[in-house]
Design a protein around this ligand. Structure first.
Ligand SMILES: [Zn+2]
Length: 113
């Protein structure tokens, strides 16, 4: 065994490679033996965290969209004020399900068309 001067990219400890390990996946990945074993797990967890963050970001953006639709974009709208919208739902001119269906239609058209 010879000591490799580079450090493991996950734990920053020096990793050790024998000559016959040159060019192996572990060397290319610059991981020590321990991290090489746990790396798929770390990778998966990172991916999962990123996916959760991305999902939160998308849902937060939709929440903003709803605030705009219900309030901020309505404030100056003479044709459809927040009061008009509220009354339309309260009197059954339109239902929440019908509005959701419209939103679904546009999402479906843009992602699967
Ligand atoms: Zn390591």
């Amino acid at each position: 065994m010879r000591k490799d001067p580079t450090l493991c990219r996950e734990c920053d400890k020096p990793h050790y490679l024998s000559d016959d390990q040159a060019g192996t996946e572990r060397e290319i990945e610059r991981l020590c033996s321990t991290c090489y074993v746990t790396f798929p797990l770390i990778e998966r967890n990172n991916k999962l965290e990123n996916n959760i963050e991305m999902k939160k970001r998308i849902l937060g953006t939709i929440e903003d969209l709803c605030s705009n639709f219900l309030y901020y974009d309505r404030k100056e709208d003479e044709d459809l004020s927040p009061k008009d919208l509220r009354e339309a739902v309260e009197t059954g001119i339109i239902t929440i399900d019908e509005m959701v269906a419209e939103f679904r239609k546009h999402l479906t058209n843009s992602f699967y068309a």
